[in-house]
Design a protein around this ligand. Structure first.
Ligand SMILES: Cc1cc2nc3c(=O)[nH]c(=O)nc-3n(C[C@H](O)[C@H](O)[C@H](O)COP(=O)(O)OP(=O)(O)OC[C@H]3O[C@@H](n4cnc5c(N)ncnc54)[C@H](O)[C@@H]3O)c2cc1C
Length: 398
């Protein structure tokens, strides 16, 4: 006999588990939820491999609003996701992001900061002079200004967030199953069932695509094209002998970033012109290899320039993970997949999906239960813009 669920979620990492939790926490929802995850160890999921940081410093209002909700959620996670009185602790540290600009980027940085403040984010502008006073360990002679999140930005335990969502979703009744969705049965404008690798067929009232790096392939099975490619990104850890007081997550004008992690630091960069930009393939273990020359040639020289104390660092562990890049505009694609009205996309997070998982999970749950966004309008991230080839420009991409 075929099994049947009201909502099937393909991919059970942070996004899939957030959707499951928000569905079951909604008093208007009475259905059954199945989360299908092909790798319950989450070894290759972005949620387990990310830098787990949250910022308000975006340049589009919808992304700022998503992060404002995100930080409130993370601050309250102990109450919201407690199970049997056990409160999850994700070690949120609100150390802020520090975006740095040379003369060339100063006007845009200021414009973005004014927008962020108008939206309610706590972002301060630092002139060249005040930057040097506030962060004495930073080399500032080639900088014009910076912007820093006094509150609402920082980092946390990403694995802890994924597990907290998952645990709470299960406690509320979500069923999790190990398996890979390999096919989708579509009748006209509706998905009626999914097929798993072991041949099992599961009927569904709605399907949510939370498959991360596998999202494009899954969408294609339903006849939906999304401009998302999985790209390999690295994170490098290192230690420094000298203390760096009150270090935020620093974004250098070159795109190199670093932040404290435990006793040391982590940092990296996105590939620039001339760098190799390899694809990520879950099934190919070699894509998880780290190119250490990227650190030596692209990352460390910038670190050592920006923070003189980083001239003498001790490199530590490094890892690779998948960015599901939206080629249209580096923004997520969220909501119904055009004419396939009961197929919901949660894809293309382009490196900022962990911080967006609370708001996106809530929004998608609202769409499924109420047929419309209720608390935060995420229409700007809809699939319609993809069909119309109308990018939502986001200038702050890391
Ligand atoms: C190096 C790195 C640094 C990052 N830093 C940050 C950061 O600082 N802040 C931030 O907000 N975000 C960051 N991100 C991005 C963030 O991690 C992701 O956007 C987010 O975790 C996406 O969550 P997800 O659940 O959509 O995808 P994933 O975590 O990738 O999960 C997708 C899941 O789907 C499963 N799956 C795939 N296909 C199928 C299928 N067909 N059937 C069943 N299951 C399937 C996979 O096994 C996987 O577990 C970073 C990412 C990387 C790689």
């Amino acid at each position: 006999m075929n099994e049947s669920f009201d909502v099937v979620i393909a991919g059970g990492a942070a996004m899939g588990s957030s959707v499951a939790y928000h569905l079951l926490a909604d008093p208007g929802f009475r259905g059954k939820v199945l989360v299908i995850e092909k790798d319950p160890t989450y070894q290759r999921s972005a949620s387990a491999l990310s830098a787990a940081s949250i910022r308000q410093q975006f340049s589009s209002p919808v992304n700022i609003r998503i992060s404002l909700y995100g930080i409130r959620f993370l601050r309250e996670i102990g109450e919201r996701l407690a199970v049997d009185g056990e409160r999850p602790d994700i070690g949120l540290k609100e150390g802020g992001y520090l975006y740095l600009a040379t003369g060339a980027g100063a006007a845009v940085l200021k414009e973005n900061q004014e927008l962020q403040v108008r939206e309610g984010a706590d972002i301060r502008f630092f002139s060249h002079r005040s930057l040097a006073d506030r962060f004495p360990w930073l080399r500032t002679d080639d900088l014009a200004c910076g912007t820093w999140g006094r509150s609402g930005e920082g980092w946390f335990d990403g694995w802890g967030l994924l597990q907290a969502f998952r645990r709470k979703a299960r406690a509320l009744g979500a069923e999790y199953r190990a398996g890979e969705v390999v096919d989708v049965e579509r009748q006209g404008s509706r998905i009626v069932a999914v097929r798993l690798a072991d041949g099992e067929r599961i009927a569904c009232g709605a399907l949510v695509n939370c498959a991360g790096a596998g999202g494009r392939a899954l969408a294609a099975k339903a006849g939906v094209v999304i401009p998302v490619v999985a790209k390999r990104r690295y994170v490098f850890s290192f230690a420094c002998r000298e203390p760096i007081e009150n270090c935020p997550l620093v974004i250098d004008p070159t795109g190199v970033w670093f932040r404290p992690e435990g006793e040391g630091f982590i940092g990296s960069a996105s590939p620039g012109p001339g760098d190799e930009d390899p694809d990520w393939r879950d099934e190919d273990p070699t894509t998880q290899e780290v190119d250490l020359t990227f650190f030596e040639e692209r990352v460390w020289p910038v670190l050592a320039h920006r923070v003189p104390a980083f001239e003498a660092i001790r490199p530590g562990r490094a890892w690779a993970g998948p960015y599901d890049m939206c080629l249209l505009d580096h923004n997520a694609i969220v909501g119904p997949a055009g004419e396939v009205t009961n197929f919901y996309l949660c894809n293309g997070f382009s490196g900022h999906g962990l911080q967006q998982s609370p708001a996106i999970g809530r929004g998608v749950a609202e769409l499924i239960v109420h047929g419309a966004y209720r608390t935060l309008d995420l229409t700007d991230l809809g699939y319609e813009r993809v069909v119309a080839n109308r990018p939502l420009l986001e200038r702050n991409v890391i």
